[in-house]
Ligand binder design. Structure first.
Ligand code: HEC
Length: 318
């Protein structure tokens, strides 16, 4: 039997309708749902498409069976009815109108007189689709001229500056949410219990062999005192963890094994050892570290030196 050509058309229309409905009803903030839940949406749409195709096949099969039960006369009537229904007459008419060409039979009306060795010329009208585009471009040009050259609405420079400013704001906002984007220059001390706990987990599975669970030190230096070989404060500690210690000392660069956020978490955990008293503290190594960005009244570092010496003296007595 004659297949109706519109089945794939119906599927496509239904498919896009479902997409539109999903965009409307799935709450995905100001972004399209497809960007927010790509895999879920893709899977779901694939399922819908499969279902639609299956339905189309089943309907087709039923139609085929019914068609074959008809007698000859009914078959002809059925096909005629179907022709009217599913041929997309409006679209076809529109297409021909936009092309504007004369049907082959009527070419005699527009053929020109001359004849070059049997080659004749038709005097066709300009195709309406082209003419309408031309008119539209004139309208566009007038509006454009008035808007940008007469009334000076805005120019490229302003547009560029606005876009850059908006992008800058977006970058700032993104950086605030993306903790994983830190490096040694931007890292901040993390104080959330969840971050400190995560740091503790990382420390216990990677660092205790050399630094001891309480940070007292062993192969690696004591992390609980104010003395640092490679510099204290979150930025230096992050940098040491990321890039490793001095060559041959045993502290490897952890950036291959830990993500930036993980290094920030474990660095923050390491700094939480400050001021605690480990069971077997290793002697202080390196210099007392003074935060160069600390407020001025905290700076008199010399005064703290004696107390540290007393500390290390009591350490040796242990
Ligand atoms: C194989 C032993 C070893 C392991 C494992 C190890 N470290 Fe170290 N760590 C050291 C040594 C040795 C040093 C001293 C490096 C130097 O002197 O340059 C050090 C130095 C440090 C320092 C700088 C201390 C200072 O005084 O400046 C920090 C911070 C640190 N380690 C943190 C960590 C963290 C966090 C981990 C786990 C992710 C870790 N270490 C794993 C051996 C180790």
């Amino acid at each position: 039997m004659k297949n109706n050509t519109a089945w794939w058309l119906r599927i496509t229309v239904a498919f896009f309708l479902v997409i539109v409905l999903m965009e409307i009803y799935i709450d995905s903030g100001d972004q399209p749902a497809f960007l927010v839940y790509p895999t879920m949406m893709f899977g779901f749409m694939a399922l819908i498409l499969l279902l639609l195709i299956a339905i189309a096949f089943i309907v087709q099969a039923i139609e085929n069976v019914l068609y074959n039960t008809l007698d000859e006369e009914a078959k002809v009537r059925y096909l005629a009815a179907k022709e009217d229904k599913w041929e997309w007459t409006w679209g076809k008419k529109m297409y021909n109108k936009m092309l504007g060409s004369k049907p082959m039979e009527a070419e005699g009306e527009i053929i020109l007189d001359h004849n070059y060795d049997g080659i004749r010329e038709l005097d066709n009208n300009l195709p309406p689709w082209w003419v309408y585009l031309f008119y539209a471009s004139i309208v566009f040009g007038v509006v454009y001229l008035l808007r940008f050259h007469v009334f000076n609405d805005y120019d490229q420079k302003l547009e560029y500056e606005q876009e850059v400013a908006a992008a800058q704001l977006e970058i700032e906002a993104y950086k605030k949410t993306a903790k994983g984007l830190v490096d040694a220059n931007t890292v901040e001390l993390l104080t959330d219990a969840s971050d400190i706990n995560a740091g503790k987990g990382i420390f216990e599975s990677n660092c205790v062999a050399c630094h001891m669970a309480d940070g007292g030190g062993g192969i690696g230096p004591n992390l609980t005192d104010q003395n640092w070989i490679l510099g204290g404060g979150i930025k230096n500690v992050f940098n040491t963890i990321s890039e490793g210690g001095r060559d041959g000392k045993g502290m490897i660069a952890w950036k291959q094994n830990l993500k930036p956020l993980e290094m920030a978490q474990v660095a923050s955990y390491v700094l939480s050892f400050q001021g605690t008293t480990p069971a077997n503290p290793k002697d202080a190594e390196g210099d007392i570290w003074v935060d160069p960005n600390a407020p001025a009244q905290e700076t008199p570092a010399e005064q703290t030196v004696p107390t540290i010496e007393i500390d290390s003296a009591s350490v040796t007595m242990n």
